[in-house]
Design a protein around this ligand. Structure first.
Ligand SMILES: *Cc1c(COP(=O)(O)O)cnc(C)c1O
Length: 432
């Protein structure tokens, strides 16, 4: 498969180069030329397929000759051993994307990317060092996604005392090819250390450094799988299909557009944001005005300049009128989000995480405006237990920690303490 840069200055690349580079040198984003419809036989056979069989079919369709079939099967089968069930709450259905090891949908992208990078690096003599700064969630998804991938070492930098206990345990108890550095500083210090390392001449001469960037195309491709999986689970596929997507960087929404391009009959996409409402405002006014993000209780969506917006504009050739036929946007504040968590818990006995609640509010509003029968699906991006400090006081109850997390919480934290001085990081990397 060939990919181009959305800025159209850098040359086209193949999948391997797009995945290993992450970003084109012209600062655009890589986009695939080919996003063809899946053949009718795919949809005929879909009702009999398992998630992995479906994912293998879609991946083969997208990557073509770039990866041997056997390798595609190995990548998918080792990446996915968890489900994405569609839970029926009456007029609204919830697609639970949090059944993976770190309890958030980012597992789908990170686990595929880890294995794909591992495949592309097979046989190369240099070990690749992935450096990640995290304030919590990215670190755990990347750590689990790259765990035991040959040829890759992952170093995670996190701010001491500033991540939750669950988050810290998710990337400090793994061992193997994952090292956690506990930085005596802030998240900004961690980001600065990583950026400085990528620019450091000596480090780059002696080590192969790479990032597990969230806008890597290898994270988007696998996120298209679960839209088909939601469709596969519908009782009446003939009704109009709506997806409400709680959004920050809009990777998840871009993946929905990929699924649509491959023939999934999506009638409307609902872009749901918190107070960082840059995209809903753009859909309203036609003006894209990025700004500094504000903090909310759905903090994984606190993004003031959504990086995948360029991909969305590219798909629609910047035509706002056509975008508005497909996508509608809504934004909600923290008190509306909190009330939604309480209401749904009381009325349906179902607990939403703050991000999912924003998506729930958006689809509720859309259904009020379009009340005819439909398959209204909201993506549940994280398990509520990850946001216990927000959710528990709202419902006045303790959230049960999933069994598979209990083992991890009992394991010993292993991390290396460093200061926020770059030379200390550099010395550690060189002597590792
Ligand atoms: C990352 C994240 C989002 C936002 O997804 P984008 O693809 O960046 O729009 C939403 N919810 C949760 C829980 C997340 O971790």
């Amino acid at each position: 498969m060939q990919l181009y840069s959305t800025k159209r200055v850098s040359p086209d690349v193949d999948l391997k180069e797009a995945v290993l580079k992450g970003l084109p040198p012209d600062n655009g984003l890589y986009m695939p030329y080919e996003m063809f419809h899946l053949p009718p036989s795919f949809f005929e056979e879909l009702p009999q397929m398992s998630f992995n069989e479906m994912a293998i079919n879609i991946t083969k369709h997208i990557v073509g000759e770039d990866i041997p079939e056997k390798e595609v099967e190995d990548i998918i089968n080792s990446a996915y051993n968890f489900d994405a069930p569609l839970v029926d709450l009456g007029d609204i259905k919830v697609l639970e994307l949090f059944q993976g090891p770190t309890l958030a949908f980012k597992d789908f992208g990170a686990r595929f990317m880890g294995r794909l990078m591992g495949y592309f690096l097979k046989g190369s003599k240099d070990q690749v060092n992935i450096l990640v700064a995290t304030s919590g969630d990215t670190g755990s998804a990347v750590a689990h996604g790259f765990l035991n991938v040959e040829g890759i070492h992952v170093t995670i930098l996190y701010p001491k005392g500033k991540v939750s206990d669950i988050q810290e345990k998710q990337f400090t108890t793994l061992g193997a090819n994952i090292t956690a550095l506990e930085v005596d500083g802030t998240f900004d210090d961690c980001q600065r250390l990583v950026k400085t390392a990528f620019l450091d001449k000596e480090l780059n001469q002696k080590l192969v450094l790479s990032s597990a960037n969230s806008i890597n195309i290898a994270r988007l491709i696998p996120q298209s799988f679960y839209y088909f999986w939601a469709y596969r689970q519908l009782k009446d596929q003939s009704l109009p299909l709506y997806f409400s997507i709680p959004s920050g960087n809009f990777g998840n929404l871009t993946a929905c557009l990929f699924a649509e391009a491959m023939g999934l009959p999506v009638k409307k996409i609902i872009a749901a944001t918190n107070a960082n409402s840059i995209v809903p405002e753009y859909l309203e006014s036609g003006l894209f005005q990025p700004r500094t993000s504000v903090s909310t209780i759905s903090n994984a969506m606190d993004v003031g300049n959504p990086s995948n917006f360029a991909r969305i504009m590219d798909i629609y050739s910047n035509d706002l009128e056509i975008i508005k036929e497909d996508i509608v946007g809504y934004a909600f504040n923290d008190s509306e989000t909190a009330r939604c968590i309480q209401d749904v818990y009381k009325e349906k006995g179902y607990l939403l995480c703050p991000h999912t609640a924003v998506g729930y509010l958006a689809i509720q509003k859309f259904l009020e405006e379009h009340p005819s029968p439909a398959n209204a699906v909201v993506l549940s991006t994280a398990h509520p237990v990850k946001f216990g400090e927000v959710v528990e006081p709202l419902i006045n109850a303790k959230i049960e920690i999933p069994e598979r997390l209990k083992d991890m919480l009992g394991s010993e934290k292993k991390s290396i303490a460093i200061s926020s001085d770059f030379n200390e990081l550099k010395k550690w990397l060189l002597n590792k």
